[in-house]
Design a protein around this ligand. Structure first.
Ligand code: SF4
Length: 443
C-alpha cells in the first residue's frame, strides 16, 4: 500500500470543454480511489495528460511536456504516467508516443476513459506499456463520479460525437458519431447538481441542435430545453455548441419563452464567404446564416450572439476574407473565438492544394480581431445605465474590493457589492463599459 502522501494526481488538459469534462470525470474516479489532486507534477504519483488534436499548437505542447516527464520518472519509478484524449484516437500517434516516450505507462482513447481505474490497477500490479484504444464508440456510460472545478456552474454533456465532417475538423474521427443521453439521465444529473448548490448549467455537445436522434420516445433539443427549464431550483441554463444548419425555430422560441434559458447563443459561422463555406462542408450559405441571426435578434430581445471564425482556410481569397469581415460587422458579435486555419492530418482540407501563406493568414487574423472587438465594444456600450441580473461568482481577480459575475447574456461584470452575495443572483447597475467587461454597482 502506498503511503498516503503519495496518493496525489496531476491532470493537465488541452482543448475544448469536452476534454475538460472528461478530465473532471478522471479526477472524480481518482478521488473515489482515495487520491487527492495536486497542482505540482513533482508531488504526483499519477500524471495524466488529456490531449487535443484540433490545433497543431496543442499537439506540439503535449510532445514537449511528455519529454519533460522523463526526469520525473527517473527520480520516481512508482510514478504512473498516462496519456489520453483525442490525439490518441489518431492513426499512428499512440505507437509513436510509446516508441519515443517509453516512460509513458498508459495510453487510452476518448471512448474508454471510464476504464481508467482498471488500467491504473493493472499497471500497479506490474503491467507495462498498457495501450487500449477503442475505435468504435461504446454505449454511453452513466453514473461516473465527476469532480467539477466550479461549485456554482456546471457543464452537463447531453450528447457525444458529431456527424458533420466539416473538412477542417478531426472531431468526428476522434469522438465518433452522435449519441444522445436519455433525457431522464440528464434531468437526474441536473437535480443532483441543484442539491449540491449549483445555480447554472451549460448543456454541452458538439452539435446540440441534433440532440435526440435515435432516442425512443422521440425528443428534440427544443423539447429537452423546455423539460430542463421545469427543474425546480435551477436558475440559469445555457448551451453550446449549435450548428447553424440545424438550429430550429423551436429552439429560438424555447430561448424566448423559457425563463431560465439565458439570452445567449453561440452560433459558429466559420466564414462569411459562400465558396469557403462550401469548401468547409458547412451546409449553409451566408444569406441563410444572416436570416437565422435576424430571426434570433427579432425573437429574443437583448440577445448576445457569439461565434467561431477561421481565417486562412485553403483557397480563401481577399474577396472571401472581405465577405467574412462584412458579415462580422453586420452581425456585431458580442465575442468571437477567432482561429488561424491549422492543417490537420487525415482531414480533406489538409489535402487541398491552395493553402494560404502564414503571413497572409496573420494579417487577416489581426484585421478580423479588430473588427470583432469593435462590435463587442459597441454592444457593451449599450449596457451603460442599465440594471442587469448578475450571478456572483467571487472576488474580482484584478481588484479584490470588487466582486465579479456574469449577466444572463454572458457579460463579465466587476462591481462594488456585498461579498455575502457570492453564489447568489443580484441586480447591478452598469456604470461603465470596457471593451471586454462591464463595471457597476449592486443595487
Ligand atoms: S460540426 Fe464541424 S466543426 Fe463542429 S465538431 Fe462537427 S465536424 Fe467539427
Amino acid at each position: 500500500m502506498e503511503k498516503e502522501r503519495n496518493l496525489r494526481y496531476y491532470i493537465e488538459t488541452w482543448g475544448c470543454q469536452m476534454n475538460e469534462e472528461d478530465s473532471e470525470k478522471l479526477s472524480g474516479m481518482l478521488k473515489n480511489m482515495g487520491y487527492k489532486s495536486t497542482l505540482a507534477r513533482e508531488e504526483a504519483s499519477v500524471i495524466i495528460f488529456n490531449t487535443c488534436c484540433v490545433r497543431e499548437n496543442a499537439e506540439l505542447k503535449v510532445y514537449g511536456n511528455l519529454g519533460a516527464l522523463k526526469k520525473l520518472k527517473e527520480k520516481n519509478s512508482d510514478l504512473v504516467i498516462a496519456v489520453c484524449g483525442c490525439m490518441m484516437q489518431q492513426k499512428g500517434v499512440p505507437e509513436e508516443i510509446m516508441k519515443k516516450y517509453p516512460h509513458v505507462d498508459i495510453i487510452f482513447g476518448t471512448h474508454n476513459a471510464y476504464k481508467f481505474p482498471e488500467y491504473l490497477n493493472r499497471v500497479k500490479q506490474g503491467e507495462t506499456h498498457l495501450r487500449e484504444i477503442e475505435t468504435e464508440h461504446s454505449d454511453i456510460v452513466e453514473g461516473l463520479p465527476i469532480d467539477r472545478k466550479s461549485d456554482l456552474k456546471a457543464f452537463v454533456t447531453i450528447m457525444y460525437g458529431c456527424n458533420n465532417f466539416c473538412t477542417y475538423c478531426v472531431v468526428p474521427y476522434v469522438r465518433g458519431r452522435e449519441r444522445s443521453r436519455k433525457p431522464e439521465d440528464i434531468e437526474n444529473e441536473i437535480k443532483e447538481l441543484i442539491k449540491e448548490g449549483y445555480k447554472e448549467i451549460t448543456l454541452l455537445g458538439q452539435n446540440v441542435n441534433s440532440y435526440g436522434k435515435g432516442l425512443e420516445p422521440s425528443i428534440t433539443f427544443a423539447d429537452l430545453l423546455r423539460r430542463v427549464n421545469e427543474i425546480e431550483g435551477l436558475e440559469r441554463i445555457r448551451f453550446m455548441t449549435s450548428h447553424p444548419k440545424d438550429i430550429s425555430d423551436d429552439v429560438i422560441y424555447a430561448i424566448r419563452d423559457c425563463d431560465k434559458l439565458c439570452e445567449q447563443i453561440h452560433l459558429p459561422v466559420q466564414s462569411g464567404s459562400n465558396s469557403i463555406l462550401k469548401k468547409m462542408n458547412r451546409h449553409y450559405t451566408r444569406e441563410y446564416y444572416l436570416e437565422v441571426i435576424e430571426k434570433i435578434k427579432r425573437e429574443i430581445p437583448d440577445v448576445s450572439i457569439t461565434t467561431d471564425i477561421i481565417v486562412g482556410f485553403p483557397g480563401e481569397t481577399e474577396e472571401d476574407f472581405e465577405d467574412t469581415l462584412s458579415l462580422v460587422k453586420e452581425v456585431q458579435y458580442d465575442s468571437a473565438f477567432t482561429f488561424i486555419y491549422s492543417r490537420r492530418k487525415y482531414t480533406p482540407a489538409d489535402e487541398m492544394e491552395d493553402q494560404i501563406e502564414d503571413e497572409v493568414k496573420h494579417k487577416r487574423f489581426n484585421r478580423l480581431v479588430e473588427a470583432v472587438n469593435e462590435g463587442c465594444a459597441k454592444n457593451n456600450k449599450l449596457y451603460e445605465g442599465k440594471t442587469v441580473e448578475v450571478l456572483v461568482e467571487g472576488e474580482s481577480f484584478k481588484d479584490t474590493t470588487k466582486i465579479t459575475g456574469r449577466t444572463r447574456s454572458g457579460k463579465l461584470v466587476n462591481f462594488t457589492g456585498n461579498k455575502c452575495n457570492i453564489g447568489n443572483l443580484v441586480n447591478v447597475k452598469i456604470t461603465k463599459a470596457n471593451s471586454f467587461s462591464l463595471l457597476g454597482e449592486e443595487v
